[in-house]
Structures are given as structure tokens and as C-alpha cells.
Design a protein around this ligand. Structure first.
Ligand SMILES: Cc1ncc(COP(=O)(O)O)c(C=O)c1O
Length: 365
């Protein structure tokens, strides 16, 4: 089976994890946590990096740190992973779903303005599949309506907009280091910001709301235990050493697919948009309709190729059921397939996947 994703694990990963275990520092105290945060800031050039247990709690902390409260409204695309929106619900705020841009797969920024009202406090823009939202437009909206911008960079580690790493544009940003992410810590996440005050609150919230300057057990706000373990951070340190190599590999994977399937008129292949340098988290194709998509998925599986569908639009989930029609999000959700895109995939495997895709269309035509 050609897997959709396998993490890239180096010898240093094993060495760092062994160091951790031998040193007894296996919980969230230990040298690797601070080191990972520092190296992460060096890589992204975002001033403050606060490690957490996963990307979902990173978003929870991010929203609390900018002051989102019960009853507030937060704008978010429907076409994203559910963890972009669930933390809005944790707080008792309301997600307001927006359609996506069919050319970029990202939040359709032009559709936001008519949904802004006095309760709107923030816009979350997930940068999906390595591509990046139109930040120029979003920053204009931010200024005009005095909103917070939260970048969900779970899928955009290693992606740049106008030569700046994702996560540098909004008030706060979040990353995920789940096993299928561009860099991984097994489970893990990061909250990042260039704002000192926001960073201070984020740190406090993830560590039980403790006011250490008063007493190690003095808690003046209700916080959480969202800490990353030293073992996870040890993996993260080694991943950052290999980050440039991994990103380079992933860009090459995209080009190899592109060279072989771009001319297939039954497929839309998504490339980075203007001003973006993508890390191509997963290579995505969109088919003409859901029947063709289902048949192709099955055909590839029968040929031992693992794929993954694109996201189910959130506004159609029973937990959100917003009873509206978001045409692009629905189409992207119904007709998209992610192809095997992991750094270690061999050229001959990419060739095989591409050949099978082209063969499928020769056969159904
Ligand atoms: C866009 C997006 N946001 C948030 C998350 C949540 O991250 P985690 O799985 O680390 O909680 C993910 C990935 O899983 C994601 O793809």
C-alpha cells in the first residue's frame, strides 16, 4: 500500500527521545520544551512561540488570549478541519461560516464583510493544504472593523506569504504537529504571536492559570493543562533540524504529480497562489462530480493507493447545521481527494499513482 502519509523520522529523533527518557525529564519540564519553542521562533520569525499539547487546544488558547467570550461571533470558513471551529464552541461563542474561494481552497475573503456585525470579534483563517489566505484583504477588514485575526497554520508550516512565514500576519496563530503534519511531535501544537501581552496570557492559560510570581499554587484565572511533554518537544527539535529538507521534498512531490496529471482535463490540481510559497502539505485534486470522485477513490484503493477525502463542510455537520447553502465549500467537500504526499514517498510511487489516475480516466471515458 502506498500510504497517504508517513512522518519523516531521523536518527536524531531517536537520540533526543532516548536522552529525555534517560534524563527522567519526561513530562513538560525539561530542556527540549524551551529549545523547541526557541528554534520554532527562529524558523518562523514569530517572536513568541508557546508549545501546547495539540493544534486544537492551541486554537482554544489563542481565542481566549485575544479575549473571545460567550456570545461573541467568530468568522470561519466552512471548508476546514473541525478543530478550527470547535474551540469557538468551547467558549460559548458562535462560529459564522463563510464560503471558500474555488481557485485557492481558502476562505473567500470577499464574502466576509456582509456577515460582520456588532458581535463579530475575530476572523479565523486556516491556511489549508499549504496554501495561504489573501492576507492583504483580511488585514484591511481587520483595520476597518477592528477585528482580531487568528491564523490556523496547522497545514501551513513551511509556507510563506510575500516571503514571510505563515502565522506572522494576524494577532495570533496556531500550529499542529500531529503525525501527518509537515513537522510532527506525535501530538503537539504551538501558539504564536508577535504581541507580548497576548503571549503572556497564552502561557498562563496553558499552565493552569498560575500566577507564579505570587506562589506556585496561586491561580488567579481558570486555566488548562495544555502543556507539551519534553518527549514531544525532543521530537520537535529534531524535526526542525530537517524542516528545510522536508519542505523541499514536498515541493518536489507536487511538481512530480503536476508534470504527470496537470494535462488531464478531468482533474483540477491546486497550485500555490500569487505571493505564496507553499509547503504543499497534501496534494489535492478536485474532480467534476462526487460520483467520479467516489469511483476514483475506490479504483486507487484497489490499486493499493491510500487517499483521503477533502473536508466535510462544517455548516452541514449536525453539530453546526447552519441551514445555509455554501456552494463552493460543498463542492470542495464532495469532489476532492488528497494524494499520497509524504516526504519519503519514492518517485516511482508518485509515477504509479499518477499513471493509475490517468488510466482511470482513459477507462471511464
Ligand atoms: C486546519 C487544521 N486545524 C486544526 C487542526 C488540529 O490539530 P490537532 O490535530 O493537532 O489538534 C488540524 C489538524 O489536525 C488542521 O488540519
Amino acid at each position: 500500500m502506498i500510504s497517504l502519509y508517513n512522518p519523516y523520522i531521523s536518527k536524531n529523533t531517536l537520540k533526543n527521545v532516548t536522552n529525555c527518557i534517560k534524563s527522567n525529564w519526561i513530562s513538560s519540564k525539561g530542556l527540549y520544551v524551551k529549545k523547541f519553542e526557541k528554534l520554532f521562533s527562529n524558523f518562523t520569525k514569530i517572536k513568541y512561540s508557546i508549545s501546547v499539547a495539540n493544534g486544537t487546544c492551541a486554537m482554544h488558547i489563542a481565542l481566549l488570549s485575544i479575549g473571545i467570550k460567550k456570545g461573541d461571533q467568530v468568522i470561519v470558513p466552512s471548508f476546514t478541519y473541525v478543530a478550527t471551529a470547535n474551540p469557538i464552541k468551547y467558549i460559548g461563542a458562535k462560529p459564522i461560516f463563510i464560503d471558500s474561494n474555488s481557485e485557492t481552497l481558502q476562505l473567500d475573503v470577499k464574502k466576509i464583510e456582509k456577515k460582520i456585525n456588532s458581535k463579530t470579534k475575530a476572523i479565523i483563517c486556516p491556511h489549508l493544504y499549504g496554501n495561504i489566505t489573501n492576507m492583504e484583504y483580511l488585514l484591511k477588514l481587520k483595520k476597518k472593523y477592528k477585528l482580531f485575526i487568528v491564523e490556523d497554520c496547522a497545514e501551513s508550516f513551511g509556507s510563506y506569504y510575500k516571503k514571510k512565514h505563515s502565522g506572522n500576519f494576524g494577532d495570533i496563530s496556531t500550529f499542529s504537529f500531529y503525525g501527518n503534519k509537515t513537522i510532527t511531535t506525535g501530538e503537539g501544537g504551538m501558539v504564536c504571536t508577535n504581541n507580548k501581552k497576548i503571549a503572556k496570557l497564552a502561557l498562563k492559560l496553558k499552565t493552569q492559570g498560575v500566577a507564579t510570581r505570587i506562589h506556585p499554587y496561586y491561580h488567579d484565572i481558570v486555566g488548562y493543562n495544555y502543556r507539551m511533554t519534553n518527549i514531544c518537544a525532543a521530537i520537535g527539535v529534531s524535526q526542525l533540524e530537517d524542516a528545510k529538507y522536508i519542505i523541499n521534498k514536498k515541493r518536489k512531490i507536487f511538481i512530480k504529480y503536476k508534470n504527470q496529471i496537470l494535462n488531464n482535463k478531468f482533474i483540477r490540481l491546486f497550485e500555490e497562489t500569487t505571493n505564496v510559497r507553499s509547503s504543499y502539505w497534501l496534494v489535492v485534486i478536485i474532480l467534476k462530480n462526487k460520483n467520479i470522485k467516489k469511483k476514483l477513490e475506490k479504483y486507487l484503493l484497489n490499486n493499493n493507493i491510500e487517499t483521503r477525502p477533502t473536508f466535510y463542510p462544517l455548516h452541514k455537520l449536525p453539530i453546526y447545521n447552519s441551514n445555509e447553502k455554501l456552494v463552493v465549500a460543498e463542492k470542495l467537500g464532495e469532489c476532492g481527494i488528497c494524494l499520497p504526499s509524504y516526504p519519503g514517498i519514492k518517485t516511482k510511487e508518485i509515477n504509479f499513482v499518477s499513471k493509475k489516475i490517468n488510466q482511470f480516466f482513459d477507462e471511464v471515458r
